[in-house]
Design a protein around this ligand. Sequence first.
Ligand code: 5RP
Length: 227
Amino acid sequence: MTPDDQKRISGAAAADLVEAGMVVGLGTGSTAVWFVRALAARGLDIRGVPTSENTANLARELGIPLVGLDDVKTIDLTVDGADEIGPGLSLIKGAGAALLREKLVWEASHRCVVIADAGKQVKKLGQAFALPIEVVRFGHPHTGRRLADIAAEFDLPPPRLRTADRGVVVTDGGNVIYDLGSGGIDDPAALGAALKSITGVVDHGLFLDLADEALIGTDEGVVKLVP
Ligand code: 5RP
């Protein structure tokens, strides 16, 4: 099975958790696309809360009615992908630059389910993937230097401003992303708290104690993990 097949079965399994009448958080990324497609195919009477403009566009195309986070008191279930899944279902998210909206939607949700291919599991967060940090655009080079100081305190290399073909990547919220590569984060909670203490940092991609379960696509089928 290819990683994409694993993502597909994981997304489909998560779509089966949705019941009519639910408000559902719709994640971002290639695995979340499989979930949104499988959910739309079920034709249930639900409302979706998208975590990015990309997901909102896809859901609209597929006929899923959408509401904003402002319009709902609580979200019954959010389903979203991850870049790394570590011990206790600690996560790194944000490769798709949607981490801020994703975290806001996750925190408003009654139940959060991670969907992923088997390659996303790691023994230690940061092992395979850089940690994205969302930073306000105003004065971001200064914030970037403060991030480098924090990184040094944690024996990590300086973070790098995320760019793509068209220049600096700007998030749906109008912010920029710094990626903190590491090779392994010893104390994710302490690093997260230190990053949040910097004024220009809006949030980071460490999702700790937020996931209720994970549905991992494997060659043997979908495996459910709990923290
Ligand atoms: C976007 C995310 C995604 O959930 C994460 O990048 C996983 O993406 P994919 O399913 O394409 O591997 O955090 O901000």
